[in-house]
Structure formats: structure tokens, C-alpha cells
Design a protein around this ligand. Structure first.
Ligand code: FES
Length: 310
């Protein structure tokens, strides 16, 4: 794709508009979807699509400059220019907006990117919605100019330097009449939401997307897992110090992957038998409990064997 526009959206936030290189329409997407962006250095990063899903010639993403990050955002800000070609993969959606009577959206900082597309969709489809949007200062909040005309009375802006952080207890109370809560933002905000909704037995109401993986769960006691690949009719033994994905690759069985941190969903694999030990930051409690899929880039097994649909 070609970068056709680069625009400052807020302090340290740019948006990039990417145009299809060929004459064909781009694959469609739904709110919550992301693409993999392949940076010139070889780094791959995931960015939520925040443009218009009906525009099949362009994708739009927004990127926060993070000087203390892993380097991808700095490269995107400093090296990507209008006119340049970039490769992408996707879109994929691991943060799908499910049908609901009413939505409560919660965005922290650059977490507004998937939420922006969700708010637009909810408004245009006539669903009831509210948005709580926080950030360090008013100037750090991207896309307020697009959001406020969608429903100023439905949006609560929370600049931290004036109003403090988003009140997690108030979010929990605001959703007590059954709103489906979609949240994206910093780990601290999402952890607090997750803890509050879990403690009240309402975790199923909360849908979150993380930018980075949760700290890995303790792994003491990990043993060898025997993984059967049902379609190939072979098995691979996964040693305690290797991920399932790495062990499969080492044995010559490749699977698609992207983040390799359990946050993007690219490597999602169906589980036909056995009990996965989920260590991703993506699946819902219900999906985990069903034991029907796993992210082999981070997850292992509680049972000595696993059978995967590979
Ligand atoms: Fe992203 Fe596994 S590669 S979740």
C-alpha cells in the first residue's frame, strides 16, 4: 500500500492513510479490526483500523509515539513518509463488536483507535452508546473533533491533568444495567476494569483489547507436552522452555503468527482434544473455558497431550 496522508491528530499521535496499490478493492473489515504493518526495518506492529469501513480503497491507522516502547512507533513517526510504499497483512478482528442493546465504550489514550470505529458504527446503526475517553491532557486526545459531533451528550472526556484518571468504579456502575463494555487503553486501566468486573461476577460484560501482553503467568511446573497435529497425522513434543509455536516450527510445521505475545489472534488454532493453559491476553473467559481454541505463540497445556486442528 502507499501512504497518501500523514496527519497530526494530537500530541505525539499521527494518523496514516494508506491507499491500495492495485486496482482491486481492499478486503472489508469491521470495527475492532487491526492490520499488521511491516516497517522498513523489518519490525511488524499491529494497528487498529480507525477509518471508514465503506472506503474500500483506503485504510487508516493512528500511531502514538512511544519513546520508551520497543521501537516500532518511533520508526513509524520518524521514517514513514507520504508517497512511501508499505506492506501490510490483514485485516483481522480479535475485538469484534457483538450485537447488544447498549454499549459503554472506554478508551484510554491511543486506545481510542478501535473504539472510534465502534462509536461510528453504533451511532450510524442507531444503537444506544456512551463513551468515556481519558488521556494525560486534552491535547493528547486524538479524534475528539470527529467524536463530539457523533453525540456530545454521550461522551465524557477525562483529561487526567484536570479531572484525574477514569473512575473505574463509576464505569462499573454505569454499566450495571447490562451495557456491553468495550475498552482499550493502557494496561493499568484494563487491569483495573478486569479486576472490578471479575470481582462482581460480571466479567462477561467486559471486552478488552490490549496493546501489549500481560506479564507472563508463573511457569513453574511446566513439563513436556505432546502435541498431535490431527490433519498431518504427526506429533511434536514441546519442551518446557519452548512455546508450542516454536516447537512446531522447529519440527517443520509452520503456523501463521504476528505479535507472538498473545495479543493479536493471528496464530489462533482450534483445539480438538486436551486442556490448553491459556496465557494470552485475548480470549474471553467463556472462550478459555470452552477449551476449543488457543494461541500457541504463548499458551501451553494443562493436560499432558493436546490435539490441534493443524
Ligand atoms: Fe499474535 Fe499469537 S501471534 S496471538
Amino acid at each position: 500500500m502507499r501512504i497518501v496522508r500523514s496527519q497530526i491528530e494530537a500530541d505525539n499521535v499521527i494518523s496514516l492513510k494508506l491507499r491500495a496499490a492495485g486496482p482491486e478493492d481492499l478486503p472489508g473489515w469491521t470495527p475492532g479490526a487491526h492490520i499488521d504493518l511491516f516497517l522498513p526495518s523489518g519490525l511488524t506492529r499491529q494497528y487498529s483500523l480507525c477509518g471508514d469501513p465503506d472506503d474500500r480503497r483506503h485504510y487508516q491507522i493512528a500511531i502514538l509515539r512511544e519513546p520508551n516502547g520497543r521501537g516500532g512507533s518511533m520508526e513509524a513517526h520518524d521514517r514513514l513518509q507520504v508517497g512511501q510504499s508499505v506492506a501490510i497483512a490483514g485485516p483481522r478482528n480479535a475485538f469484534e463488536l457483538r450485537p447488544a442493546k447498549q454499549y459503554l465504550f472506554v478508551a484510554g489514550g491511543i486506545g481510542i483507535t478501535p473504539i472510534l470505529a465502534m462509536v461510528r458504527h453504533a451511532e450510524s446503526a442507531g444503537f444506544a452508546w456512551k463513551l468515556i475517553y481519558g488521556g494525560r491532557t486534552r491535547y493528547s486526545l486524538a479524534f475528539t473533533g470527529e467524536l463530539l459531533p457523533l453525540g456530545e451528550d454521550k461522551i465524557t472526556i477525562v483529561p487526567e491533568d484536570v479531572k484525574g484518571r477514569i473512575d473505574i468504579a463509576a464505569v462499573h456502575r454505569a454499566a450495571e444495567h447490562g451495557d456491553e463494555v468495550y475498552a482499550c487503553g493502557p494496561a493499568g486501566m484494563l487491569d483495573a476494569l478486569e479486576a472490578r468486573f471479575t470481582a462482581s461476577g460480571r466479567r462477561g460484560q467486559l471486552h478488552i483489547e490490549r496493546f501489549s501482553a500481560k506479564p507472563p503467568a508463573p511457569v513453574a511446573g511446566d513439563g513436556v507436552i505432546r502435541v498431535f497435529l490431527s490433519r498431518k497425522g504427526v506429533h511434536v513434543d514441546v519442551p518446557p522452555d519452548m512455546t508450542v509455536l516454536a516447537a512446531l516450527r522447529a519440527a517443520g510445521h509452520d503456523l501463521p503468527s504476528s505479535c507472538e505475545q498473545g495479543i493479536c489472534g493471528t496464530c489462533e488454532t482450534r483445539v480438538l482434544d486436551g486442556v490448553p493453559d491459556h496465557r494470552d491476553s485475548l480470549l474471553t473467559e467463556a472462550e478459555r473455558a470452552s477449551n476449543s481454541c488457543m494461541m500457541p505463540c504463548v499458551s501451553r497445556a494443562k493436560s499432558p497431550t493436546l490435539t490441534l486442528d493443524v
